[in-house]
Design a protein around this ligand. Structure first.
Ligand SMILES: Nc1nc2c(c(=O)[nH]1)N[C@H]1C(S)=C(S)[C@@H](COP(=O)(O)OP(=O)(O)OC[C@H]3O[C@@H](n4cnc5c(=O)[nH]c(N)nc54)[C@H](O)[C@@H]3O)O[C@H]1N2
Ligand SMILES: Nc1nc2c(c(=O)[nH]1)N[C@H]1C(S)=C(S)[C@@H](COP(=O)(O)OP(=O)(O)OC[C@H]3O[C@@H](n4cnc5c(=O)[nH]c(N)nc54)[C@H](O)[C@@H]3O)O[C@H]1N2
Ligand SMILES: [Mo]
Length: 820
């Protein structure tokens, strides 16, 4: 659709029932809605759901939704298989045997809610709300719901548990808030309802695809095919990735970087752009502070220096920097790999500095400033509702890493939570509420350790559409969760605001909204005035205020929270009205370029950015407050050819992992026949020469091992990676295998997080070296012990010292656990 206007003109709008939200067609009731989750996704694409006799039978992309113009990926097209899957949880259940036995007894929702209410009140009375931990996973539409959840449960301890170093998104968010006061994403016209036909929009001259694979991940509210459209309209590509992807194959420069060394590359780009005078002097003079300090700090970071570290040709480093700086406009599309290395906070700052120096901030085809549609967010809810003495017991990073860490995240630190679970310090965790996480299979760094720790918690509830390894290992109550086709909700993460409307019902499944509504009404009635999920969502969309505005006045140290308080939503439609008007609405703010010139960024309406100085702080004042060096730097991965040359003989390869696939969203969809037909098993990508060197053939089972643990995947030989690097998949478990212990659906068998480590982070507890480890590979032999045997049965895989004879905090940190 290189000619977007021609595409729009060709749509038969009447055939797609423009202006209708529900109609009858060929024996189906058709509902126009937006998917978000479950099954999980970071996006919310426009769908037409075809339901007959109460059953979802067919899904089509809605061409009238400008968000994706009717294009869907395999996961949405396969929704009927997910929604009607026989393995879905149909009723609430309680554990009938021991944990790990996988024995369950059906209960009513009344019994489930009564039990949960009683357990919560018991923890409140005996330990305080802070001893409850609410776990959620990545940005599914439990995101907004879990804020209702932690208010209902009155706990400040909400987190993506197991996920050391906040190593997803938070480094990018805070790495942008610090210098710019807002977040930025690459402009592919997503702010405009008329998209690529918008008269102000122009595609980026160059788009830098950096540590991201947008076609497969469609991550963080960003759709990959938007950029493919830009490429059709003329955008050139620079791909920075250890793997050759669709982007690298079409790139002007494919920078096949050694994993975990992007900080060095970013520093060298800054060096070239500053020293060769390729920056936008007018923009820097008018809108930035800290240029001199930044310029001085990058002098040592020459392309030659970076070439040694990154393994990239010096000439390519310099030439690609020049191309980015002179392409005008140019955009950086950044991804997860930025966060999964120790330099995360530095690297993300360096990227923002690059965007600013080159004058590409908030210009058409650059990186645009972006906010939630109509400013809708329920973050402010948390503060007044949770009593102060409990709120102050948030398990911040200082409880994991010592006293000198300044808190700047909204969430509790996963490592501090791990410590609280393992040794009860500074207080024990008495209840886990797991709303969206298969923590052992996927986000749990050091899966074995996370498994042991979670099982120590006396009461665990798990709300999920499926029974997972985590359910079997530790849940006491299971709540069956409704899928997106079965829920009333909305989407405000970036623009446009979108409605999600219920089209069918699966047995007794309830949506996260319905669950949180009921818990809040029972536990916190003063703050829960809503009679239904739709009323709750109306409040979220249009109001987000609390009965007593004085309660908002307490000071918070949290940047995003403060900003959220100043910016109440400006939306005026309720959920059903939005649905009836086509299911989406674009706000004005996100469609405007150069907002900082127009007084649209700062709460007081003055020109400039939402930083303390009002300018882009190339050297952010807040970084030192957060314990971070304010100028960019590179940190080697903890184990790497440069940091631990002595280990390279035993572990000669660099291991990166977790690159997304079309079929799966983290640990999800493994029970879907279509997905497993397309992608049967976990695959480790190995260069054919490397495979030959280690006696591995295509399709062999291979052990991937570091000094911490090992896991097994199927070899896929490919030139996508170089001879030094292998890439493994994450999130695998095998719903077709035995669920009871020790196997737990094979969740430890193929898990790269047998090799990742807790408490291993970048400065201030942020960033983790998940995508840059070292390893050896060797063929699996019949009879080799599987990790589950070692972890669950013989327990000779790990030795846990916590709780047994460590003297003090320092000793806990350094000696907390050990593998045999
Ligand atoms: N080695 C390695 N590990 C990684 C990564 C990596 O790249 N490499 N990536 C990491 C990243 S970036 C992240 S964000 C984490 C993600 O980790 P998580 O987001 O915790 O993902 P899952 O473990 O798959 O757990 C999600 C569970 O929620 C359920 N679910 C889906 N939608 C809903 C819903 O709407 N409501 C409810 N109640 N349940 C729902 C699913 O069925 C599933 O069981 O994993 C991390 N793990
Ligand atoms: N289908 C699907 N979509 C998803 C998810 C999913 O599980 N499945 N998960 C969602 C979540 S929570 C997230 S955070 C996003 C993540 O989505 P992305 O940001 O796209 O991240 P990945 O796919 O993990 O990795 C992106 C690319 O980084 C490369 N890479 C690996 N190590 C390095 C490195 O050290 N440096 C550089 N420059 N590149 C490196 C990988 O080879 C890969 O091609 O996707 C979201 N969307
Ligand atoms: Mo993520």
């Amino acid at each position: 659709m290189a000619d977007y206007q021609a595409f729009l003109d060709e749509i038969d709008r009447a055939a797609y029932h423009e202006g209708e939200y529900r109609w009858e067609e060929d024996g189906y009731t058709v509902t126009r809605t937006n998917h978000w989750s479950p099954p999980g996704c970071h996006n919310s694409c426009g769908l037409l759901l075809y339901v007959r006799d109460g059953k979802l039978e067919r899904v089509e992309g809605d061409p009238l939704s400008p968000f994706v113009n009717g294009k869907l990926c395999v996961r949405c097209l396969d929704l009927p298989e997910a929604v009607n899957h026989p393995d879905r949880l149909k009723y609430p259940m309680k554990r009938a045997g021991e944990r790990g036995e996988n024995k369950w007894e059906r209960i009513t929702w009344d019994e489930a809610f009564d039990t949960l209410e009683a357990e919560v009140r018991k923890v409140w009375d005996e330990y305080g709300g802070n001893s409850i931990l609410l776990i959620h996973g990545t940005g599914r539409n439990t995101g907004p719901m879990t804020y209702f959840g932690n208010c209902a449960l009155k706990t400040p301890n909400i987190s993506t548990f197991g996920f050391t170093g906040f190593a997803c998104y938070l480094p990018r968010l805070f790495g942008a808030f610090a210098p710019l006061g807002d977040y930025l994403i690459a402009d592919a016209s997503e702010g405009h309802e008329d998209r690529y036909a918008n008269p102000e929009f122009t595609p980026p001259g160059v788009v830098v695809i950096w540590g991201n694979e947008p076609l497969k991940s469609n991550a963080d509210g960003y759709i990959g095919h938007w950029l493919a459209q830009c490429v059709q309209m003329g955008s050139k590509i620079i791909s920075i990735d250890p793997r050759l992807t669709w982007w690298g194959a079409r790139a002007e420069y494919f920078l096949q970087i050694r994993p975990g060394t992007d900080g060095a590359l970013a520093c060298a780009w800054l060096n070239i752009i500053i020293n060769e005078g390729l920056y936008d002097r007018d923009f820097v003079d008018c809108w930035c502070t800290g240029f001199e300090e930044l310029a001085a700090s990058v002098q040592e970071f020459t392309p030659a220096w970076a070439a040694e570290i990154t393994g990239l040709p010096e000439a390519d480093i310099a030439a690609s920097a020049r191309l980015y700086a002179t392409a005008k406009p140019a955009a950086i599309q950044w991804g997860l790999a930025m966060d999964q290395q120790l330099s995360a906070m530095s690297l993300n700052l360096a990227c923002c500095d690059l965007m600013a120096l080159t004058g590409n901030v908030d210009v058409p085809g650059g990186n645009i400033l972006i906010r939630n549609a109509y400013n809708a967010t329920n973050l402010p809810l948390t503060e007044p509702v949770i009593p102060k003495e409990w709120r102050e017991k948030k398990l911040t990073m200082k409880y994991a890493f010592g006293d000198d860490c300044e808190e700047f995240t909204t969430h509790a630190s996963s490592d501090a939570l791990l410590r609280a679970m393992e040794v009860g310090e500074p207080f024990p965790i008495r209840m886990l509420w797991i709303e969206t996480s298969n923590a052992i299979a996927c986000p749990g760094m050091d899966a074995a350790r996370v498994y042991e720790a979670m099982r120590k918690v006396p009461f665990v509830v798990n709300a999920d559409p499926f029974l997972t390894p985590v359910s079997v290992a530790c849940a006491d109550i299971l709540l069956p969760v409704a899928m997106s086709a079965e829920r009333n909700s909305c989407r405000t993460w970036w623009t446009p605001v979108r409605s999600i409307t219920k089209a069918c019902q699966f047995y007794e499944a309830k949506s996260d909204e319905e669950i949180m509504l009921e818990m809040g009404r029972r536990l916190n009635p003063a703050y829960w005035p809503w009679g239904s999920d739709v009323e709750m969502m109306d409040w979220y969309l249009t109001d987000c205020s609390l009965p007593d505005p004085d309660l908002f006045k307490e000071k918070s140290t949290n940047l995003s929270l403060e900003a959220a308080k100043e910016n109440k939503p400006t939306f005026e439609m309720g959920l059903m009205e939005l649905a009836e008007r086509g299911g989406y609405a674009y706000d004005e703010w996100n469609g405007i370029y150069r907002k900082y010139e127009k007084g649209l960024c700062r709460p007081d309406g003055s020109v400039g950015f939402a930083t303390a100085s009002g300018r882009i702080e190339l050297v952010p004042a807040v970084y030192p407050v957060w314990g971070l060096n304010p100028t960019p730097y590179h940190l080697e991965p903890p184990q790497s050819p440069l940091s631990t040359p002595e280990l390279m003989e035993e572990y000669p390869l660099v291991l990166t992992c977790g690159g997304r696939s079309w079929e799966f969203f983290h640990s999800e969809n493994r029970q879907m026949p279509t997905m497993r037909e397309l992608h049967r098993e976990p695959l480790v990508i190995i260069n054919p020469r490397t495979a030959e060197r280690f006696g591995i053939a295509e399709g062999d089972y291979v052990w991937i091992e570091n000094d911490h643990g090992r896991f097994r995947q199927r070899a896929r030989l490919s030139l996508e990676v170089n001879e030094q690097t292998v890439h493994a998949e994450h999130g695998w478990w095998f719903p077709e295998e035995a669920g009871e212990e020790p196997n737990l659906f094979g969740t430890f068998t193929a898990n790269p997080n047998n090799c990742t480590k807790a408490f291993e982070t970048g400065p201030s507890g942020v960033g983790s070296s998940i995508k840059c480890m070292i390893c050896k590979i060797y063929p699996y032999r019949e009879g080799d012990a599987l990790p589950a045997e070692q972890i669950v049965t013989t327990k000779d895989f790990v030795e846990y010292l916590p709780g047994e004879g460590y003297a003090d905090f320092e000793e806990y940190q350094s000696n907390g656990y050990r593998y045999r």
